[in-house]
Structure formats: C-alpha cells, structure tokens
Design a protein around this ligand. Sequence first.
Ligand code: KIV
Ligand code: ZN
Length: 509
Amino acid sequence: MRDDKVIIFDTTLRDGEQAAGAAMTLEEKLEIAKQLERLKVDVIEAGFAASSPGDFLAVSTIAKEIRTPTIASLSHASLPAVDKAAEALKEARNPRIHVFLSSSDIHIMHQLRKSREEVMDMAVAAVARAKTYYDDIEFSPMDATRTEPEYLYTLLEAAIDAGATTVNIPDTVGYIIPEEFGQLLVNIQENVPNIAKAIISVHCHNDLGLSVSNSLAAVKYGARQIEGCINGLGERAGNASLEEVIMGLVTREDFFNINLGIDTSQLYRTSRLVSDITGFSVQPNKAIVGQNAFRHASGIHQDGVLKDRSTYEIMSPESVGVPSSTLVLGKLSGRAGLRSRLEELGYDLNQDDLNKAFEDFKNLADKKREITDRDLEALISDRRRVDVELYKLEHVQVSCGDHEIPTATVRLTNPEGVTLTDAATGTGPVDAVYVAINRILGVPNTLKEFSIGSITEGTDSIGDVTIRIESNGRIYTGRGSSTDIMVASAKAYLNALNKLMSIEGTPIQ
Ligand code: KIV
Ligand code: ZN
C-alpha cells in the first residue's frame, strides 16, 4: 500500500551555488528553475535573499516566474533577514521561508559564541516572525547530527510551537552513518511531543560519500522531505545527489512504499543543464546520469542485455531521459527533423529559438558530417549563453605555428552594438586571444583553470572549453564550444567575463 508522499526539495540554486566556482547568473538560475519545474520538484530553494542583492533578485524573480513548485528562501535567524526573505517571496504563489540557526555546541560556542538559551530564543523569534508573513515555514538546526540530542528535541519542539511546518535535520558536515541517522529520526519522533504537526526533512552532505544512503535511510525512518542538489552539487563534497535519491526511491518502490511527484524522464536533461551552466562535468561512471551509466562493456553483460535487458539493467535509460540514439542528423536534415529530435531531447523551443538553432545546426553540418545528440546539446547551450551576453564575440582570427609569433585579432560588440577591435601577440594562440580580449575590455582578473575537451569522438568534433577566472575573491565560470578551439576558447573567456561584469559592473570605455 502506497500511502505517503516524499517531498523533493531542490537546493541547487542555493547550497549548490555555494560550491566553489559554481556561481550562476540570474538568467542561468532562471533557466535551471524552469527545468526543475519540468522535473516537477516540489520545492525550489531559490537563494538566500538577505545574503546579497543578487540573491534577493534571484529569489524574487524565480518567485514571480515559477508558479508550480513552492519557492523557498533561506534566512538567518534574525528578524531583518526574515523580513528580506518575505519581501523577496512576496510574488510567489507558494512561498516558504527557511530559517536556519546552528544548534551543536561546537557551532554555538566556537562560531556563534552564544548560549543554548540565546540560540533557542533567536530561533523561536525568527520562526514566529516568518509565520507572520506565510504559513509554510521550515526550520533547520544547523549541524543537527552533532547536536546534543536533548537540546535538539527541545529546540525542534519550540520551533514547531512557534509555527514551523517542516523541521529539517541537516547533516551539515556529512558526519552521520545511515543506521545512526535512522535511530536519530526515531528518537526525534519519540521525544518531540508535537512532531506530528511538522514534516521531517533531511539535508545530507557528502563528506564521507554517504549523503544519498543517509537520505534514503531517513525515508525509511519517517522523513518525508529530502533536500539535495542536481549532480550532488554543494558545499565541499556536495549535497545528496537528487537524481540518485529519486531513482533510489523509484527503483526500490517495493522497499520504500512511498509516492513521488517527479517526472524522472527529465533527470538527464536537468543534469546536463546544471553541468553545462556550472562547468562541473559529470564523471562518466556517475550513477543515473553519467555517460557510462547505461553502457554495457563486457561481452557477458552485452550478451545478457541483448537477450533480456533486465539481466543487467535495474532501470531503463528512457526512464531517466537518456536519449536513445546518438547518431541523429546530417547536412540534408531539415527543420522538422531538427525540431523533432530536439523535442525528443527535452527541449521545448519557441519559433525564434528554433530558427536560431536551425541556423547553428546548418553551420555545424557544413563542417561536420554527422551530428549527434551531444552536438545538438552543445549548440543549444552555446546559443543560450551567447543570447544573454553583454559583450558578444563577432570575430577571432589567429595566426600561429612553430616559426610564428602567435598573434590574434578579436572583434567584439558592446551592449550598445558598438564594434571594438584589437590585436595582440602571446606565448601561444590562446594567450594571444586572451590578451587581445583584455586589451579591449580591460577587466582585471586571474585565470584559475582552463580545460578543453571534445563533445564527441573524431577530429571534426566540437571543442568544449571551460575556464574559471577570479576577481575580488569570487570565481566566475565560462564555457564555450565550437569546432574551432580558438573560437571556443574566446567564447569561454568572454562568457566568464560577461558574468563577472554582470555582477561587478562593466569597465568605462
Ligand atoms: O548544510 C546545512 O546545514 C545547510 C542549512 C542551511 C540547511 O545548508
Ligand atoms: Zn547544506
């Protein structure tokens, strides 16, 4: 008998963004939020409204635009922070304020430098204030799994009395072991007298690689909300990977006996989007969404799968939306073929975007004989980036070779459409391109990481460049793809600089 629903709470845009180097622009967050809505997550934590004007804008924009899931803002346990969260959420159809405050002695003594009583008062006051705005209030005692149990029970009871409708038990430092976590949840249910008035949630970090196991164990012991991030993004080693939690619950429905409202066929697409935007690639052997997750390599396995897929497959690639074919289109393919393949891949493009995609596709088909699903994904991602950029790349020309001084000419257009051109030499062609861009834009930054990969096999493959640059202590990630790796490198650098400028402002020219 299936009688219980588990709420899926996605925090890719908040905890996920806290991963070093995962900062996202407003447009990127909105794009991910739209995809999370297609995935049918129940709650999207859109940011931490009081933490910065950028986060405030992200929460308020997502609250306005995304109508089906609940939209949550994280908030410190302080009245002004709660007020900010409430303001950012005012246009949400289903708003939630998520108040957090450390509860372990380690945090209380060494970080907050307060007494347990003071922490209790702050938590109650913040939850009560949040309740004056909205009904749906979540409370998280941070570092709950290292909190003295009796204190944790009292704090949870007080938060529920003050109006919390969800109480979250964060394993903030990824310390607990599944069996222990299950017991903690049982103890909470036995020792918090008003616990039945709230939903128990868990939020597991992955420092020991146990975040998914802990989340699944928690469901078995009564948790009815799981928090996590797509691709397991998040602070340090990350949060529970939502695609793994979801498919664990779905595939082992016989064991968990619960309901989920998720459209699992959107998981692959969501993972690709998050990876593309953050520049955090998904390891090939990653469960559910890795490139090899459904590939059978050994002869015995292939033989078994050919006879009956269930011999070595516990879930189908289609169930998580992994595209079934890899070879798709070529030079002679038309607009209808492209549209239908994109739809199969989960893209829902309007006419204008389809026209742009078709133009990009035709340009690529002139250079590359066979166009695969991965190529199409790269084209769409590249176009998505270019369309929102402040400065656009118009032209790159490079001359290099073993007897040449690498020289690059770059032409950009600024947001007013004015053309800006410069040329430079460098130690290599990429350096020359980057120096030329620096001469045009004059934005100080430090290059932290540059990596280049190819989307598919073959020398005619699209090159895919990821770079990270640092400015004022913040890391900005840029991506670019093209069959010409100099163009891909220029696009990636400009993409990172555009993000930097959208947050820190543009230079005077
Ligand atoms: O890890 C944590 O404790 C958190 C809280 C803010 C829920 O992210
Ligand atoms: Zn966290």
